[in-house]
Design a protein around this ligand. Sequence first.
Ligand code: ATP
Ligand code: MG
Length: 573
Amino acid sequence: MKNSATARKNEATDSTPSNFIREIIEEDLRTNKYGGRVHTRFPPEPNGYLHIGHAKSICLNFGLAADYGGLCNLRFDDTNPTKEEAEYVESIKEDVRWLGFDWEDREFYASDYFEQLYEYAVQLIKKGKAYVCDLSPEEIREYRGTLTEPGKESPYRNRSVEENLDLFERMRAGEFEDGSRTLRAKIDMAHPNVLMRDPVMYRIMRATHHRTGDKWCIYPMYDFAHCLSDSIEGITHSICTLEFENNRPLYDWFLDELNVYHPQQIEFARLNLSHTVLSKRKLLKLVEGGHVTGWDDPRMPTLSGLRRRGYTPEAIRDFCERIGVAKANSVVDIALLEHCLRQDLNKRAPRVMAVLRPLRLVIDNYPADQVEELEAVNNPEDPSMGTRKVPFSRVLYIEREDFREDPPKKWFRLAPGREVRLKHAYYITCVDVVKDEQTGEVVELHCTYDPESRGGWTPDGRKVRGTLHWVSAAHALEAEVRLYDHLFVKPDPDEVEEGFDFTANLNPNSLEVLTSCRVEPSLAGATPGSRYQFLRLGYFCVDPDSSGGKLVFNRTATLRDTWAKIEKAQKGA
Ligand code: ATP
Ligand code: MG
């Protein structure tokens, strides 16, 4: 597979597989079960944007194929025309590509198989294994029974093969109203697995399909289409999430009754992430309810949201590798995802200076007409990233919260009479504070600088504890900065009082917009998607809303790595 994303070690050659899916695959390779083939697929339904949970499935399916010299298909499970749109198909392709995976020419659609699936349905009718049923959807539900009680057989269950063939053909021809008839598998209405109680295979639905248009007025159900699409594509290991464990007997039934190629289904635990929701239905509700600005709102756990937020594909792949795959459901702390991001950006993002809440600072003894270009390292973690020049002048901005008129104990930043270091520049001492006469708010600081301290040290060796970031007022660029916090206040957004839904747990402070920030001039022309570390403030990414010289940044993450602390505490325990 070209462009296989991760620099993962090839575990196929290791002696012990790292997870149960690899164990199964290696056993199958040993026994030559599929002639040495490994062929997986990622099968999204194009009814929403992909989220970080899907990334787990993508990394798993494409990763396994790459590691075992196999192939992975991208297949759209597009059997429900009322909820699906071409927009979703495009976004899904973009996201899979962005994550670093390539399906080459293997882009498939369940809708490509509609004719074949229809033929399979006819075969089942001919075998006496499927029948046309005239019960309404409500009646079908009533007849189904419960987990503790068996269901009741449909009065239409024993129609003759001829009658069923005729009715099914007429269903396709559009002779009957939507919802008036279905094609059902004839299995067992008393089966302990409710899914096996004569499940619906086809429904009548006059809806325009994003690919087949109005060609069809009957559509196969997901359960019928999914297993057979896998079979048609020759998938060896059909990997899905745990909820589908109960569907497996039904898939086996379809494949065995039709006597077609039979992939092996393997279930794994889906990703759950704290402080967010990973369900397209819920994400759609956030979008449609205006709780976020769109699928790509930087607070969303969608891949497009994470990308806009400043996440790298490398960080997401690293995250997926670290969480691994298991058979039991659990919740992953979102701090781990952020940790993976920081690990990646720490090495890659150039460090620059920006001031989010500017406070004017005048250096009284610095010549008014002087500008110095000071040398600044782009990233001490990676000398190959070089240096740049940062202009220094008499009037600067510093961070408002780096000054306290009445500092607490252990305050190493600026205060009246205190000396601090300005990053890449000089030592300064605060000599005067100017306040707004009306409000008492501090509006300007006056300082003196020590010309001997250029570069951040002094000949007399005197030390200061605090180093502040700053920008030159005359040279800095204005910017808007959007600060984000968790989308939900509770780790589990579904933990709500009766009568409420997950939106009750939305964090009212998940977005804070700062409009009068200043960034150093080297950021002029920074393109959307570029990522930086703003010294002392965190990681930031240029938002596509930037235009015409106006810079907009998203805060990708703060510098506080809560996961590193959790990990340390766990090790210490
Ligand atoms: P959602 O619950 O968000 O609507 P879905 O399962 O309906 O997701 P699909 O488009 O059917 O969405 O998913 C495509 C693939 O991604 C499936 O194989 C599914 O099992 C997998 N997948 C979806 N959500 C997760 C998750 N949270 N963790 C791991 N894999 C997931
Ligand atoms: Mg699904």
